[in-house]
Design a protein around this ligand. Sequence first.
Ligand code: FVH
Length: 295
Amino acid sequence: TDTDAAQRPLTLLGLGDMGTALARTWLAAGHPVTVWNRTAAKAQALAGAGASVAADAAEAVAANDLVVVCLLDDTSVGTALDGIDLTGKDLVNLTTGTPAEGRERAAWAAQRGARFVDGGIMATPDMIGAPETGGYIFYSGSQALFEAHRTVLEVPAGARFVGTDPGHAALHDVALLSGMYGLFAGISHAFALIDGEDIAPKDLAPLLSEWLVAMGFFVANAAERLTSGDLTTGVVSNLAMQVAASGTLLRTAEEQGVSAELIRPYLDLMRRRLEADEAAHGGEDTSGVITLLKR
Ligand code: FVH
């Protein structure tokens, strides 16, 4: 029942920055939490907040049916759980990994008699237990496990189940992070361009933010075009024009003494798409670049 879920005990392995934030949130919500960390001192800090500190990982796992793991990487998960009896356990892996690692870890857990979901945390530690920040966690794998523990899993951050393929939480996570780093790359180049000029970074900042938000339409546009296969209808800034204009971006970088290494790869891909068939692709938007990336 929900009442049971509200007080359900759980085990948490891993008390780094993220694991500690998770533990504190579950404890604050009234869940009995058994914790273990390789470096014992970090676990002691949580004892004062009400956590039961296990002597080793095996003792922590034995303490509860629901076992959450938040370690550095997939290798550390294998190391920490090596040789431990997981029969009948519900294993929730919040360690960042690749889709293949998520699938292999699910098969590994199944061989040991455990149900498994993998998680991808879309939040920093300060966003855990702070729903107003919009942080959430992707989950994939055993839907039965997810539904059984949904109430508990929703305590630290929103929970989004993205399918029974245990690799899909990681894939969603990495897709979003990849988009983020592309954005960071463009932002970095923009600030480098004005460096040394009589333009304060703090004055450019709101202009850049507003522009990037306005350009956010490209996300939904690209999805629509990839789905329909129509890359030209309704295009307002076509590829031929954008490739022509890209020379201005590169010359400006040159003039400002700024390396174009962050933006040149994307501009080169736009040019390759155009040059492959100018008549066919000149009227597209830039979503045709996506088709060049798949190996
Ligand atoms: N912190 C963040 O902003 C991001 C937000 C998005 C999700 N990530 C991922 O969350 C996982 C844990 O991250 P973290 O911030 O807690 O990381 P650390 O503070 O570096 O703590 C790492 C813990 O892993 C333990 N550990 C490392 N290697 C081993 C091992 N071989 N055996 C057992 N435990 C191991 C480490 O123990 P110790 O060093 O304290 O003894 C920490 O408990 C991670 O996947 C992020 O990518 C965080």
